[in-house]
Design a protein around this ligand. Structure first.
Ligand code: NDP
Length: 276
């Protein structure tokens, strides 16, 4: 173990995912290579992209330029809404792999349930097929509500390894986290910093002042102590490093209780029931 060692979460199929990874939403493709290289340099090993981000090529360039072996990396991408359905998902997966320059991904997610389109069961069958082929090490979903998850569980023997959902102190998602715990689904938090919006909250900054850490480090530490997987995004090298430097302190039970009071059911992104 080095100082930077990032703990892992063991998924329901035995695959281990680093508990803290690096997100690249809204990073333009030509800036993504530098951001991912910076993250890999700092010690991140897990990268979260998606077809719709338009930067899988930039991620792939950083991976190709890195001296790290493939086995030490954990790469997630996602099938976009317009590509849902069995055959179109298989085609979208091939396109993502080609852009990433990889022959497998560690985690492949259905990006949104898009319930009105009602294709996620067919899409899931494609992920089952890719799992059987060994081209994805773990299959998961994103933005699934309990009802969507239940429908998937009722129709398939393959339980999603992960549900990647919007989750931060202002949107604590207790119902979903309880559902995940009951069914062996790991919780992965997107916009773990509420896109930066939670970092000026006075309760968070008071804990930051007391512990000598930054507000972002306090929020990331809160996620880790809850057991969430987190994928903060930054294009700023100093923040990229700071966001990883969260394994040398602990929040007290009182800190955790204080942050628990900040839940406001406040989304920074779309609602999964209505995004189609
Ligand atoms: P985050 O909550 O990670 O916040 C990112 C913002 O916070 C950026 O503006 C960044 O600024 C700023 N920031 C990062 N670190 C710090 C710091 N230490 N101090 C101060 N400000 C900081 O938001 P994202 O929406 O990017 O979510 C993270 C990842 O989750 C995405 O990149 C993506 O991979 C995933 N995601 C998935 C979704 C899904 O539907 N499945 C939806 C949305 C996101 P700067 O970059 O300028 O440094």
């Amino acid at each position: 173990m080095n100082d930077n060692a990032i703990p892992t979460v063991t998924l329901n199929n035995g695959v281990e995912i680093p508990q803290l990874g690096f997100g690249v939403f809204q990073v333009p493709d030509d800036e993504t290579t530098a951001a991912v290289a910076s993250a890999l340099d700092a010690g991140y090993r897990s990268i979260d992209t998606a077809a719709i981000y338009g930067n899988e090529t930039g991620v792939g360039r950083a991976l190709a330029d890195s001296a790290l072996s493939r086995a030490h990396l954990f790469i997630t991408t996602k099938v976009w809404n317009a590509d849902q359905g069995y055959d179109s998902t298989l085609r979208a997966f091939d396109a993502s792999l080609a852009k990433l320059g990889l022959d497998y991904v560690d985690l492949y997610l259905i990006h949104w349930p898009t319930p009105a389109r009602d294709l996620y069961l067919d899409t899931w069958r494609a992920l089952e097929h890719l799992t059987e082929q060994g081209r994805i090490r773990a299959a998961g979903v994103s933005n699934f509500q309990p009802a969507h998850l239940q429908r998937l569980l009722d129709s398939s023997g393959l339980v999603p390894a992960v549900n990647q959902i919007e989750l931060h102190p202002a949107l604590q998602q207790s119902e979903l986290r309880a559902f995940h715990a009951e069914h062996g689904i790991a919780t992965e938090a997107w916009s773990p910093l509420a896109k930066g919006g939670i970092l000026t909250d006075s309760a968070i900054t008071a804990i930051a002042d007391r512990t000598g850490k930054s507000a972002a480090q306090v929020v990331l530490r809160w996620h880790l102590q809850l057991g969430n997987i987190v994928i903060p995004k930054s294009v700023t090298p100093s923040r990229i490093r700071d966001n990883l430097n969260v394994f040398d302190f602990q929040l007290t039970d009182e800190d955790m209780a204080t942050i628990a009071t900040l839940d406001q059911d406040l989304r920074t992104g779309p609602h999964p029931d209505t995004l189609n």
